[in-house]
Design a protein. Structure first.
Ligand SMILES: Cc1cc2nc3c(=O)[nH]c(=O)nc-3n(C[C@H](O)[C@H](O)[C@H](O)COP(=O)(O)OP(=O)(O)OC[C@H]3O[C@@H](n4cnc5c(N)ncnc54)[C@H](O)[C@@H]3O)c2cc1C
Ligand SMILES: Nc1ncnc2c1ncn2[C@@H]1O[C@H](COP(=O)(O)O)[C@@H](O)[C@H]1O
Lengths: 265, 334
């Protein structure tokens, strides 16, 4: 079984974000180096893919659209056990919306011909929660979102989908299909030293739009249908009364307010 | 009609009574505001099988019409049937803008509709304004840390989905007379439904009902490790409250799933909710923002949790929480 997993490199949760000149994107130099990681739900998707490849026989190919720095995320995925990688690293791919990114990913997936595609449920940076489903639509494949369990059957996949407020649903889809994975589906493995060493020798194909049969204006900023015109720190709403002081002082002040103002103690 | 704004509502499954979900009125509230600002007609869309009662309920709102898309193939919900039905309706009526609630179900099919229509889709919107006769939608990328103004750059119909709670259902004005219900005929006979829906269920375990607790102390990923949770547990004990958690804490199995607060966990409104090391993502906030008094302890002064809190302390939880526990014990002893 051949499984393609889409991974996106995103700023770490604690990363300090600086808005670039022009005001519509994050300054890229700020998210280089240590302050990046593989998107959380993509890590779960990768783990799910690796487990399926192990139990069913087969391999995992990771796909990542991103600048040169994304190579670090790719190496990490290879160290965890992915067999190969495809890196869509041409500058023309940058600053797309979900549709433009999905167009490029779908074309790359088509050239790989997997039985199953796994993506994260949403990216921690853009947070569109669209890309996986659009990839499926472009490939003409069925899809299911918010997946918490996967069982492979003969030519089909049976999955547990998360619904709202603690409800779940089992559904079955024919393969090939696209699943978007919800965080918590499994326990993510650590890369072993052997895995890290081995990753250096694994194949990473670097592709640009032309390699995918796409023109530069179908992808990235030129191919997008949604444009972010301004990125800014939200204005503070009413918000909390902030309590100062060292820990014991702040604790005493808070308890006093909870007793006298809020009357909950 | 061509150029209209559509507010797509959501109903429960037929088995669950096919009732109109409350978020539907949030979409209508946004639709009313946009229709007025842009000088457009607003039409509500009700889609499902056996959903005429939901259409009648919707028709009481101030909308120009309700489009009823009712077909047996639309129950149970599948992305194939929903996409095909609304695609046919859009092709026939050519609305300008299609608004959805950003529910789990919409996440499952609206991107597919956008792809099939080759239309721009701005998802998880928290607000809007109108500039030069065009809507500008505001979303919150980077886990709610930043705002982004977004516009459509293509022609044709556009899609936008609205974050739960961003618009108030109560703002959906009622109409003077019930709006006309237009039967939108669709032909789904040739549509292949590839997903086979099996069972829908709740995970049965000895579930703790946190909604009864007067005091909840919730711990987030900021705790770092499972063996540190005792620090927060001690505060919960001192306050006589229940311990709860954000999703990553449960995902990592540091606490059981039934302690999770949020859109995929429990919804609570205790008298006192203390959020420790929780950033305040929308999926967490929907589960606790109606609590009486909210206290947040976080090392990041810009964490979104402070925006919904009454009291905040910025600092290291490993210093503040033990101090607070000691102080609460003192206060309770006195
Ligand atoms: C469809 C969907 C459903 C979801 N359902 C839920 C749900 O039901 N419930 C839920 O909670 N989430 C849910 N999520 C996840 C949600 O989007 C967030 O990822 C999650 O709530 C983040 O949890 P957190 O705040 O604990 O972690 P983080 O966002 O990582 O925040 C950790 C916080 O701890 C602070 N911190 C770190 N160290 C310290 C320290 N020493 N002292 C003080 N503060 C510190 C940091 O400043 C940060 O603000 C869902 C997501 C999706 C997409
Ligand atoms: N640039 C990218 N490279 C690889 N995968 C991506 C990229 N952008 C999005 N994805 C995948 O699509 C999922 C949903 O992303 P989004 O639609 O941005 O919320 C992510 O979790 C990834 O699995």
């Amino acid at each position: 079984m051949k499984i393609a997993v889409c991974i996106k490199q995103v700023p770490e949760r604690d990363a300090r974000l600086r808005i670039a000149e022009g005001g519509a994107r994050i300054a890229d130099e700020e998210i280089g180096g240590a302050a990046v990681e593989i998107n959380e739900s993509d890590q779960y998707a990768l783990e799910a893919g690796l487990r399926l490849a192990e139990s069913q026989g087969g391999e995992v190919v990771v796909l990542c659209l991103g600048p040169a720095r994304a190579e670090e995320a790719i190496r990490r995925a290879l160290a965890m056990g992915a067999a190969r990688a495809v890196h869509l690293n041409d500058p023309a791919f940058q600053d797309g919306d979900a549709a433009a990114t999905a167009r490029a990913l779908a074309a790359a997936i088509e050239s790989e011909g997997p039985d199953l595609v796994l993506t994260g449920l949403q990216s921690d940076d853009a947070g569109w929660a669209q890309t996986g489903v659009i990839v499926a639509a472009r490939l003409g494949w069925p899809s299911a979102t918010l997946i918490m369990e996967i069982e492979i059957e003969d030519g089909k996949v049976k999955v547990k989908r998360e619904l709202e407020s603690g409800w779940f649903q089992w559904i079955r889809l024919p393969l090939p299909a696209v699943l978007t994975i919800q965080s918590g589906i499994n326990t993510i493995r650590y890369a072993t030293l052997k895995g890290i060493m081995g990753a250096k020798k694994k194949e990473v194909r670097k592709l640009g739009p032309a390699d995918l049969g796409l023109s530069g204006d179908q992808v990235g900023a030129s191919g997008r249908q949604v444009e972010v015109t301004r990125l800014y720190v939200p204005e503070k709403t009413k918000g909390a009364e902030m309590i100062d002081g060292d820990a014991p002082t702040a604790a005493a002040r808070l308890v006093e307010r909870l007793q006298k103002e809020a009357k909950v103690l | 009609m061509a150029g209209a704004i559509w507010a797509v509502t959501e109903t429960g499954s037929r088995a669950a009574g096919a009732g109109l979900k409350a978020v539907s009125n949030e979409v209508i509230a946004c639709g009313q505001a946009l229709a007025e600002a842009l000088g457009k007609e607003l039409e509500a869309v009700v889609v499902g099988a056996g959903v005429r009662p939901a259409a009648e309920e919707t028709a009481a709102r101030r909308v120009n019409a309700v489009r009823l898309v009712d077909d047996p193939k639309l129950d149970p919900y599948t992305p194939d049937a929903f996409t095909a039905a609304i695609k046919q309706a859009v092709d026939a009526e050519r609305p300008d803008l299609i608004l959805f609630p950003h529910t789990y179900q919409v996440r499952d099919w609206a991107p597919r509709l956008a792809a099939e229509l080759d239309a721009g889709f701005i998802s998880d919107v928290v607000g809007h304004r109108v500039e030069d006769g065009r809507p500008v939608f505001v979303r919150q990328p980077y886990q709610g840390k930043l705002n982004a103004d977004c516009v459509f750059t293509d022609e044709g119909s556009h899609l936008a989905s609205l974050q739960a709670g961003a618009y108030l259902a109560d703002d959906a004005a009622a109409g003077n007379d019930p709006a006309e219900i237009l039967l939108q005929t669709v032909d789904l006979s040739g549509v292949e439904i590839r997903t086979e829906v099996m069972e829908t269920f709740q995970e049965v375990e000895d579930k703790i009902d946190l909604s009864r607790a007067d005091v909840i102390v919730a711990v987030g990923r900021g705790i770092g490790k499972q063996d540190k949770i005792g620090v927060v547990e001690a505060l919960a004990a001192a306050l006589g409250g229940q311990l709860a958690a954000s999703r990553p804490v449960c995902d990592n199995e540091w606490l059981p799933m039934d302690r999770q607060i949020g859109s995929s966990g429990q919804t609570v409104s205790p008298k006192l909710y203390v959020a420790v090391g929780i950033s305040g993502a929308i999926q967490h906030l929907v589960g606790m923002k109606n609590s009486g008094t909210i206290v947040a302890i976080n090392k990041d002064a810009n964490a979104p949790i402070f925006a919904v809190s009454d009291y905040g302390i910025v600092g290291d939880l490993f210093e503040i929480v033990p101090a607070l526990t000691a102080r609460v014990k003192e206060a309770k002893g006195a």
